[in-house]
Design a protein around this ligand. Sequence first.
Ligand SMILES: [Zn+2]
Length: 171
Amino acid sequence: MTGKTHLLAGAFTALACHCTGAEVVMVCFGALLPDIDQAQSTVGQKAPLLGRILTHRGPTHSLLMLAAATFVNPWLGVGVLTHLLLDMMTAKGVLLLWPWHKKCRLPLAKYNKTRGKWEKVLQYALLAGTVLLCIASTDRFFDAPGIIQNLTAGFESIKQYLHNILTMLFK
Ligand SMILES: [Zn+2]
């Protein structure tokens, strides 16, 4: 899967788990981290040497990587987990049990290619879900019910004011 899909999956998962801002960043970083084994990926560009040394979808896409990331920070582990699950939904699969060379992928993954039409559908679904979760979690950052209550009270007083004027004019 592409970096964009992984990032969206990380953001969606973090928001669904009611993460704090710092945890959201950690999950999103974890969601991109396994592709450090690919020199042209978003994180791989920061460490191009690793991209040349490591096999793509090998050690950084394994249970060992998941355990190491979770040990460093559980939210980093959650991000890595989303990455592994998404890559397991593609035909190429991942070497989840590395160093054992057994390709692991989920059922029906053989029909799904990176940058294929199903990835596009997934990207739109994740984008819609992330936007909805952002809207739903705004009350964690501002007092949405309070704002709505004030607006309602404001409309009520305007309505009452207009009613008073009309009553006075047509009495
Ligand atoms: Zn990957």
